[in-house]
Design a binder for this molecule. Structure first.
Ligand code: NDP
Length: 300
């Protein structure tokens, strides 16, 4: 069997299209423009690229983007003061503080200072708790993107066996909770899990969020299973020239695609969905803040 390749770029474009449509409606019918504030502390080059891309994508769907670039030596007190100001600003519906933060700043203190209803990353403990209870919350962007692709492929996820490999707070655990809420039978595997290959082989859905290049190969996958590869790993690519690298996922795509029923590639799978879901969360937060109907298909 050769798998259907789930095209994350195309899917993300359709999500962005739905967001743009909803934003246009909010402007025309209610004179409201959703706004996303992104805070960057320091000069980490990768974080600067993420923040630039987020700002660009926000403007492209017709929302307002507010970028706050702070010096790497910014004190925790000053950062908290900015978050307080953004919490109170009615033009700002979503707040994202780009992680990682410099060492002298207490990350959980910052995450929990953002108002839960503006927490478009879904990292605030209130949102984590609501998600755990299967209640309406702001859902972390990467697992939300995975869920959207799985629902699109399967229709109903009810009764399917899902294995999530990885138990991080930003991907593995929220992914498992989302699948459980959609009535999957969920197993969370991690570095101490015994017989992990056999577990995965029994799954209808495998979500890989490990951070180990190409760890999961065809032997781990049941014939016809759906494989969602969250991993982003840079490995040497001498075939491209000395010192060159390439991106691979946590799944050995070449072998897995011959056995799976559907699979996301890396790059071009889950990655593009993450920013699209950030935009989706921002428009959802804006609708909730204004007591308006939420856009369909853009929430969990
Ligand atoms: P973390 O490092 O926080 O978590 C990795 C998880 O994998 C841990 O739970 C760890 O187990 C588990 N693990 C590590 N080694 C093994 C192993 N040999 N067997 C089984 N489980 C193992 O990573 P993240 O969740 O933050 O990210 C995972 C991957 O997803 C990374 O490649 C990251 O770059 C990527 N990512 C991609 C995003 C996107 O937009 N596409 C967004 C976020 C992340 P234990 O808890 O026991 O240590």
């Amino acid at each position: 069997m050769t798998a259907k390749i789930i095209d994350g770029k195309e899917f993300a474009a359709s999500v962005r299209g739905k967001v743009a449509e909803h934003v246009a409606g909010l402007k025309a019918d209610h004179d409201i423009t959703p706004g996303l504030a992104v805070v960057l502390v320091g000069e980490d080059p990768a974080s600067a690229v993420y923040v630039r891309n987020k700002g660009k994508s926000t403007l492209e769907v017709g929302m307002n983007s507010y970028e706050h670039k702070l010096d790497k030596d910014t004190s925790q007190e000053d950062l908290l003061a900015l978050i307080d100001q953004l919490n109170k600003d009615p033009k700002v519906h979503g707040i994202l503080c780009q992680l990682p933060l410099p060492d002298h700043i207490d990350e959980p203190a910052i995450t929990s200072a953002i108002l839960p209803e503006k927490d478009v990353d879904g990292f605030h403990i209130s949102n984590v708790g609501l998600l755990g209870m299967g209640l309406k919350s702001m859902v972390p962007c990467t697992p939300l993107g995975c869920l959207m692709m799985l629902r699109d492929h399967h229709g109903s996820l009810s009764g399917l066996n899902a294995v999530v490999v990885g138990r991080s707070n930003i991907v593995g655990k929220p992914m498992a909770n989302l699948l459980l809420t959609d009535s999957c039978t969920v197993t969370i595997a991690h570095s101490r899990t015994k017989e992990i290959e056999a577990l995965c082989r029994r799954a209808d859905i495998v979500v890989a969020a490990v951070g180990r290049p190409e760890m999961i190969n065809a032997d781990w996958i049941a014939e016809g299973a759906t494989v969602i590869d969250v991993g982003i790993n840079r490995i040497p690519a001498p075939e491209k020239g000395e010192g060159k690298t390439r991106l691979v996922g946590d799944v050995d795509f070449a072998s897995a695609k011959e056995k799976a029923g559907a699979i996301t590639p890396v790059p071009g799978g889950v990655g593009p969905m993450t920013i699209a879901c950030l935009l989706a969360n921002t428009v959802t937060a804006c609708c909730r803040a204004n007591g308006l109907a939420e856009p369909e298909g853009l929430t969990a």
